[in-house]
Ligand binder design. Structure first.
Ligand code: UD1
Length: 430
């Protein structure tokens, strides 16, 4: 089993380049099967989640050629099946975007019920409600979702909760439906906008993405395109907190500062300095940081995918902080691991009450999910001594070259396969 081994205590200093947004990439890859023309996708992050979705696309007859590490050519001219099986969906939840994509193009799709990170019950009722509103017959039985329509017809759909997944999935299906669809109470995340821009570059007619009302006029068919994915807001945010927690100075390149406003605002509030230019941000943490309160919210609020990283940082700040998780009910599973490193955090329902401590100590811990895993890496980078993190496959679902990028900033962090590798690392770092 692969592990990360980290010796903490170095302030991280330098520059880091951010890759394409994983969550936009997943919607865009799925959408690329909606035309028979070739589609070129650039700035695609090379992470496990995109790899698995590409395999799911290939399993139904899509040809995906890698032009280079971050560019693929997708040709979905000969789709041979409309079924995405359990194996893929267990690995990544976002395989469910194949439901909207295949239903939109072929009026038929069968996809296994989604898995993904265990951070809450994660229902999909709004996806199914949306497909039904477009005229599909949707059945869930024996772990499979089957959606079928004679002809999808646009409709007025009100989402009961703000959901990224359902907004994207219904947008995919409605793109090729007859007539006009209006999605009210839509999610406004940057990756929703990116998927809409991608579809528009293929000939779709989608207006309003990025606001809470999305208007889609169905088109008969989509054509090929070349499209570059936006930078990853969460990868960027994670490096911003790496600067804060290690009292470092990191310039984060290839980003859209606007997408990071809620994160920058909190960092400034706790005492970091932030310099902003067109496509980069510099985060400097020159002194001990102070406590704050934060509540996760849909965009433009503070992202739930940054909750573990901010909570971990606050656990080393002066004073008492309160972190409220309002999107997913099971997102504090990393707290037990942080406590083993010396954090003083009490969880009550969806709230963590954090009493800042002076330091963490290294420990053997395991990543409970993707973003919590990244937060534990931040904790280890700030801790005294050596930390070994297990279950890093969660982290690799969403972070490309994480140890390499951290090391380029001065971190002592390696991937270890065996106990011998860990011993070697310990000898090396002293
Ligand atoms: C996506 C992101 C994930 C992020 C989350 C919130 C991807 C691949 N994943 O997940 O990283 O943490 O957005 O920004 O893009 N809900 C329902 N019914 C539904 C769908 C959702 O009640 O049909 C609820 C969920 O339980 C949750 C809330 O809506 O409480 C938001 O979920 P949603 O935005 O859909 O999250 P995902 O798309 O799964």
């Amino acid at each position: 089993m692969e592990q990360y081994v980290i010796k903490g205590g170095n302030p991280l200093v330098g520059e880091v380049e951010i890759g394409g947004a994983k969550n936009a990439a997943l919607g865009i890859l799925a959408a690329s099967v909606m035309t028979s023309d070739p589609v070129i996708i650039e700035n695609l992050p090379d992470v496990k989640d995109t790899e698995v979705l590409i395999q799911a696309m290939q399993s139904v007859g899509t040809i995906v050629e890698r032009i280079d590490r971050h560019t693929v050519k997708v040709i979905a001219a000969n789709i041979t099946s409309f079924t995405i099986d359990d194996g893929f969906i267990k690995k990544i939840r976002a395989s469910y975007y194949m439901l909207g994509a295949l239903l939109g193009r072929f009026n038929e799709a069968d996809v296994a019920l989604p898995g993904g990170c265990n951070i809450g019950s994660r229902p999909i009722d709004q996806h199914l409600k949306g497909f039904r509103a477009l005229g599909a017959k949707v059945e869930v039985s024996r772990g499979m979702i089957s959606a079928k329509a004679d002809n999808l017809v646009g409709n007025h759909i009100y989402m009961d909760v703000v959901t990224v997944g359902a907004t994207i999935n219904v947008m995919l299906a409605a793109t090729l439906a007859t007539g006009k669809t209006i999605i009210e109470n839509a999610a406004k995340e940057p990756h929703v906008v990116d998927v809409a821009n991608f579809l528009n570059s293929m000939g779709a007619n989608i207006k309003g993405a990025g606001t809470d009302v999305i208007r889609i006029r169905g088109v008969e068919k989509l054509h090929g395109t070349t499209y570059s994915i936006i930078p990853d807001q969460i990868e960027a945010g994670t490096f911003m907190f790496a600067a804060a927690i290690t009292k470092g100075d990191i310039t984060i390149r290839n980003i859209i500062p606007k997408h990071l406003e809620s994160i920058s605002a909190k960092l400034i509030e706790i005492g970091c300095e932030i310099e902003e230019s067109d496509d980069c941000l510099r985060v400097v943490a020159a002194r001990r940081l102070s406590s704050t309160h934060v509540k996760t919210l849909p965009y433009p609020g503070f992202p739930t995918d940054m909750q573990p990283q901010i909570a971990t940082t606050l656990a080393l700040c002066e004073g008492t902080s309160i972190v409220t998780e309002s999107i997913f009910e099971n997102r504090f599973k990393y707290v037990g691991e942080l406590q083993r490193m010396g954090a003083n955090i009490k969880v009550e329902g969806n709230t963590a009450i954090i009493q800042g401590v002076d330091s963490f100590c290294g420990a053997s811990i395991s990543a409970p999910d993707l973003r919590a895993g990244a937060a534990l890496v931040l904790a280890a980078l700030a801790a005294e001594g050596i930390t070994v993190i297990e279950d890093i496959e969660y982290i690799e679902r969403g972070y490309e070259d994480f140890p390499e990028k951290m090391s380029s900033l001065g971190a002592l962090m390696e991937k270890a396969q065996t106990d011998r590798d860990i011993q070697k690392f310990k000898l090396k770092v002293g």
